[in-house]
Design a protein around this ligand. Structure first.
Ligand SMILES: Nc1ncnc2c1ncn2[C@@H]1O[C@H](COP(=O)(O)OP(=O)(O)O)[C@@H](O)[C@H]1O
Ligand SMILES: [Mg+2]
Length: 257
């Protein structure tokens, strides 16, 4: 079943075409990778799916709904959650609060009432906290005493990236967008990340991932779409993409293939 359909999407920034007539389809239950050299338009594509800005032309349909005109919080409620290329945690909040913040698109009381502990919010908040703990356990960030009370900024860089994913998962997404989640991680953390992405898929969450680490992509992607200069140049299984002449050329320059 199709979860996300990107149809002939173009994005122009004044003179520059960042994404050019790009189409691809993400199937439910898959880990779908979007790869390509720096400047290929990957983050721009994520920004259009997440609703940071609209495409110049083209359509994006999520789970049967046209996304045009829907602001980011509505897309989050529809089931799209994302992490950012640069870490964007609430540094002065502790670990569990960061995860809980991801849930508020699903609670009745909302973030404001919860922050000020209004009566109706208290019970809901206890449930949100319980769910937050379950997610921290799921992503493997529950180890060590007092980890929940630790401020986000005290975590290692790799742990902060995982915490961002935990926060995104707290909104119960159907589609999780990960923009370079392995950036800055050490090899051990990358292996753990790949395993976690596979568990996210097992949980029933579809993943669209932008990543430069080819080993990680080959390790967990079911299908890969390749962008170069804003255009889709190839799509296929990891094995097909590994040996695709156009892909080799895009990464290594003409003549390499
Ligand atoms: N907000 C923006 N304003 C102007 N140009 C942008 C903006 N965002 C991205 N670009 C340009 O669009 C192109 C694609 O960028 P980006 O989507 O970030 O690539 P990638 O994530 O594949 O490295 C680049 O040339 C970049 O400089
Ligand atoms: Mg990028």
């Amino acid at each position: 079943m199709t979860l996300l359909k990107v149809e002939n999407v173009t994005k122009r920034f004044s003179g520059l075409t960042a994404v050019n007539e790009c189409s691809f389809t993400v199937k439910s239950g898959t880990v779908h990778a979007l790869i390509g050299p720096n400047g290929a338009g990957k983050t721009t594509m994520f920004n259009m799916i997440g609703g940071a800005f609209p495409p110049t032309s083209g359509n994006i349909v999520f789970d049967g709904t046209q996304l045009a005109g829907q602001p980011p919080y509505k897309r989050n409620r529809l089931g799209i959650a994302r992490t950012f290329q640069l870490i964007s945690l609430f540094n002065e909040m502790n670990v569990i609060e960061n995860v809980m913040a991801g849930s508020f698109c699903r609670t009745k009381a909302g973030l404001f009432a919860s922050l000020f502990s209004l009566p109706n919010a208290t019970r809901e908040q206890a449930l949100t906290r319980k769910k937050g703990r379950e997610i921290l356990e799921f992503v493997g960030l529950d180890a060590g005493p007092h980890v929940e009370e630790n401020l986000a900024r005290n975590l290692s860089y790799g742990e902060q990236r995982i915490l961002e994913i935990a926060r995104a998962l707290a909104s119960d997404p159907k589609l999780l967008l990960l923009d370079e989640p392995a950036a800055g991680m050490n090899p051990t953390e990358k292996v753990r990340l790949a395993a976690m992405i596979r568990r996210v898929r097992e949980r029933g969450v579809t993943v669209l991932i932008v990543e430069h680490d080819m080993r990680l992509i080959m390790d967990c992607a079911d299908i890969i779409t390749v962008l170069d200069h804003g255009s889709r140049i190839a799509e296929g299984s990891p094995d097909e993409i590994r040996s695709h002449p156009k892909v080799i050329e895009a990464y290594l320059g003409k003549g390499a293939a």
